[in-house]
Ligand binder design. Structure first.
Ligand code: CP3
Length: 343
């Protein structure tokens, strides 16, 4: 079993596995080169290109997992929602009425996003070192933020006020997205994805009460459906969720991913012995001078030893300005340092 899957399952590992959120992307010269010729949407819609970009970072670095190159909005486009990327997703007709919610079709992945499933099949046999492939989707609430607000925003005021002004409509939309993402992730696992991750990038916008009522209720629905369909590890990434760990502790997933704001030992203490943790170096730490970066990585490793399983990652996506050399140093250091202090 790969170190990544073993850590997800809270089993012993010979070194702490590491992968990096947004590891395929603009900090890589080979991505920028391809991207200068092909726009982002075409990259996500052409199976061969998405497969190539997925594999790029694994050729360069000894990463322990690959993540499918796609976007959280790709299946939403597959449901017929008209949107474009600039660089974040912009929805041409934001969804704010019951009529619009009721008109959303259910996602049939094989019909609506066949290129995603095709790229998974292309990627699997090409992955170096038998690295496992992570499939992913957006958390229903994070998708709602973009669908209702219509564009990226710091506070997503329009989406948040929608929860209060039209709570039943919000729940209907979330249920629909929860079922669509269950179908989407289930199809990814059937096509060959070896772990599934749900990104709740905007979790931190909500207080625990609203997070439970809206975001978590929908995620439970997605994860429960997936547990019936597949036995691959399930990961829930909760960005800016330090105040939400109590309420996610009883969610039926294998791994909780967190941002850099709370130490992993503290996170794990709240989550308990049934959850592995993923994270949580500040992406800004990759700008520290050599020696310092390694010291920051060691602090994360040390915190991670308090958890029953630890997958090293950044607390959020890598920045486009990051030097690939810093990434190489980080990956090699995490492997060397964690295999010395074997768990
Ligand atoms: O390497 C990987 O992690 C896989 C690829 C991936 C992308 N988006 C490619 C992408 C993944 C996992 C995502 C998920 C995603 N997309 C999230 C959740 C993760 C997170 O960062 O919180 C969110 C919120 C989105 C929505 C989205 N798509 C935004 C906000 C943006 C702009 C972000 C930016 O960095 O400028 C996108 C566009 C996007 N998705 C790019 C990439 C590589 C940049 C597009 C380009 O090349 O121009």
């Amino acid at each position: 079993m790969s170190t990544f899957i073993a850590a997800c399952r809270r089993q012993p590992v010979e070194h702490t596995p590491i992968w990096i959120m947004r590891q395929a992307g603009r900090y890589l010269p080979e991505y920028r080169e391809l991207r200068s010729r092909v726009d982002f949407e075409a990259l996500t819609h052409k199976a061969e290109l998405a497969a190539e970009v997925t594999i790029q970072p694994l050729r360069r670095f000894e990463l322990d997992a690959a993540i499918l190159f796609s976007d959280i909005m790709t299946p939403v486009q597959g449901m017929g929602v008209d949107l474009f990327f600039d660089p974040g997703p912009v929805v041409r007709n934001p969804i704010r009425t019951d009529a619009q919610i009721d008109a959303l079709p259910q996602l049939v992945p094989e019909r609506d996003v066949p290129f995603v499933l095709e790229s998974i099949k292309l990627i699997r046999p090409e992955l170096p070192r038998g690295a496992p492939l992570i499939g992913f989707a957006g958390g229903p609430f994070t998708l709602l933020c973009y669908l209702v607000s219509g564009k990226p925003s710091k506070e997503f005021g329009i989406a948040r006020s929608f929860l209060y002004s039209q709570p039943e409509s919000a729940e209907r939309l979330l249920d629909h997205l929860a079922d669509a993402m269950a179908a989407y992730l289930g199809a990814q696992a059937a096509a060959g994805a070896q772990a599934l991750m749900l990104f709740e990038s905007w979790a931190g916008l909500l207080a625990p009460r609203e997070f439970s009522r809206f975001a978590l209720r929908a995620v439970r629905r997605t994860m429960a459906a997936l547990r019936k369909r597949t036995d691959v590890p399930l990961i829930y990434y909760v960005n800016q969720g330090s105040a939400l760990m109590e309420v996610v502790a009883d969610l039926d997933v294998d791994v909780i991913g967190v941002d850099w704001r709370s130490p992993l030992s503290q996170v794990s203490r709240v989550l308990g012995p049934g959850k592995a943790v993923q994270g949580n170096l500040d992406p800004a730490a990759l700008f520290a001078p050599p020696g310092e970066l390694e010291r920051h990585a060691d602090l994360v490793l040390q915190e991670g030893r308090a958890a029953p399983g630890h997958i090293f990652n950044l607390g959020h996506g890598i920045w486009p300005e990051t030097s690939p050399d810093a990434v190489a140093r980080l990956v090699d250091h995490v492997h060397a340092s964690s295999s010395k202090g074997r768990r």
